[in-house]
Design a protein around this ligand. Structure first.
Ligand code: ADP
Ligand code: MG
Length: 243
């Protein structure tokens, strides 16, 4: 198994508040890992540390055999290997759908406009949004916006896709269309790290579920083990409240 991201002894403090405490885990190539836990347990902070939207206080993030937290590491380059999908979509509202999906490719990956468009259209088709290529985000539903955000991230051809509660801001009737796209990506063998409260979905798509509580990884395992036979009381308590 190839380890894509290897996290060792990661800590994050905001002032005196220790939000991540000695977090250790790996994401392997082709693996779908979901991160579950109560609100405030540190899930978003962990994802934000992985893509360096936050600077960890201590620890290592090993990518391709190198600790990307070492001085002099090319953070910008590292970031291009991660695709991020946020709860609030974060589309560029002044750009239409197609341009949302090509600016990063052109600016960061230095792709030509033709190449970027071709790649963008491939992923817009995959998420069922190619017919909306000239639409502005304000004319799209939440589910459509999130599908465009997924296509935009995929168009950068990342090694890992990170999703932070991608369906939490959606009206219930739109959750399904986004989960369907994510299920498809999982089936295609994409490497994915997903924070979600959608337990049925997590159970179906995950190779591994990681349960976090108060900044600590309490336990992890395949869905059938973690959801059905959790070892720790904290996991049992959480599942009792959510399932
Ligand atoms: P989750 O995503 O699991 O709900 P978060 O990672 O968002 O949890 O938050 C974990 C803890 O870190 C919370 O107590 C939150 O208030 C705190 N926190 C998150 N971001 C910041 C920040 N930028 N400054 C200070 N505290 C923060
Ligand atoms: Mg969060």
């Amino acid at each position: 198994m190839t380890v894509v991201i290897d996290i060792n002894h990661l800590n994050k403090k905001f002032g005196d508040h220790e939000v991540l405490k000695d977090v250790n885990f790996q994401v392997n190539k082709g693996e779908v890992v979901t991160l579950i836990g109560s609100s405030g347990s540190g899930k978003s902070t962990l994802l934000r540390c992985i893509n360096l939207l936050e600077t960890p206080t201590a620890g290592e993030i090993i990518y391709n055999g190198e600790n990307i937290l070492n001085d002099g590491h090319q953070i910008e380059k590292y970031r291009t290997h991660l695709g991020m999908v946020f709860q609030q979509f974060n589309l560029f509202n002044n750009l239409d759908v197609l341009n949302n999906c090509i600016v990063g490719q052109m600016k960061v990956l230095k792709r030509s406009k033709e190449e970027a468009e071709q790649n963008a259209m491939k992923y817009l088709e995959l998420v069922g949004m190619s017919a909306y290529k000239n639409a502005k985000p304000k004319h799209l539903s939440g589910g459509q916006k999130q599908r465009v955000a997924i296509a935009r991230a995929l168009a950068m051809d990342p090694d890992v896709m990170l999703f932070d509660e991608p369906t939490s801001a959606l009206d219930p009737e739109m959750v399904g269309e986004v989960l369907k796209v994510m299920r498809h990506l999982a089936d295609q063998g994409n490497t994915m790290l997903i924070v979600t409260h959608e337990m049925e979905f997590a159970k179906e798509v995950s190779d591994r579920i990681v349960f976090m509580d108060k900044g600590v990884i309490v336990e992890e395992g395949p869905p059938e083990q973690l959801l059905v036979n959790p070892k720790h009381d904290r996991t049992k308590e959480f599942l009792k409240r959510t399932l």
